[in-house]
Ligand binder design. Sequence first.
Ligand SMILES: *Cc1c(COP(=O)(O)O)cnc(C)c1O
Length: 359
Amino acid sequence: MDLHGGPCAFIDRTALRHNLNVVRSTAPKSRVMAVVKANAYGHGIVQVAQALLGADAFGVARLKEAVALRNAGIGQPIVLLEGVFAHSDLDIAAQLQLDVVIHSFAQLNMLASWSSARRLSVWCKIDSGMNRLGFRVDEFAIAWARLRQCVQIQQLRVMTHLADADSRDHQRTPQQITQFNHAVEGLNVERSIGNSAGLIAWPEARADWVRPGLMLYGMSPFADSVAAELNLRPVMTLVTPLISVREVPAGEEVGYGGTWRATQATCIGIAAVGYGDGYPRHARSGTPVCINGQIKPIVGRVSMDMIAIDLGADSAVKSGEPVILWGEGLPAERVATFADTIPYELVCAMSQRVALQYR
Ligand SMILES: *Cc1c(COP(=O)(O)O)cnc(C)c1O
């Protein structure tokens, strides 16, 4: 393993395709919009899309992300999940044949006043209760009537987003699904409801299209389960070398602020990863890492470039050994709980300094 003194994220493309197959078998009647926003959750947008050419479409948050995919020759439909914000963006979307979400009257007016020889496919977003983006259910009929009259539109679809799909028995989810289905009742259009949690936990959310993100990367969206329990395989394994091992006598403190003290003599390993790489600074003492198949706790504060690991008194681990921070053998979901965050944030927050290697 070539780590060159710093962290490397190994990306397993076979696992990506395996996870897409899990989506397919979970929602066999749905088409799959693979969500690859935020650099494919830190996994590399172009490489991920190339590994997932079996998806029916890709979903992104920003125009820049869609441009990167088209520049790389990705020919699938690409959906701008938050739509566009200027006529010039509509021009680019038309030129690159991007689908746009329309979630507000401001966007609708912009589209209606846009003149172009080209036409766009539009996903009309309905706010079924999350109160983030979308037409409220009671304004939807007006929005829909206007969209139907837009000559700029090629194909119209409808979608909504669930706020609590990751709580397996939350009552807001069936309420949202009912609101949405009620709003679009009788319309002959394709529908999309579920993200990863939605499509796994809520069969009613497996509509014409599903929109998985996190599960494709092999992480569980549920606080009470890890990916393996859902037959998902982690795609990213973040590894860094130990760059030093030292003996620390009982009673001495480790790291900035001395927030951890050795209660007995022990070996402390220093690994080359820190918040400058996106490793969460709030990871507490006790956050697990994996060395030679063994789980060890980090101790003391996370620094910009380093973490300290309690290897134990009679450790034989040597400088240079690879340390797995999350991925194979150590679910990112587990690490996230020690840093009071979610696996989404761990993988998205990785900095430019972390090299991505594909296998
Ligand atoms: C990010 C996003 C998704 C994917 O969500 P996951 O929880 O990662 O599966 C789906 N739909 C929309 C609108 C999103 O913004």
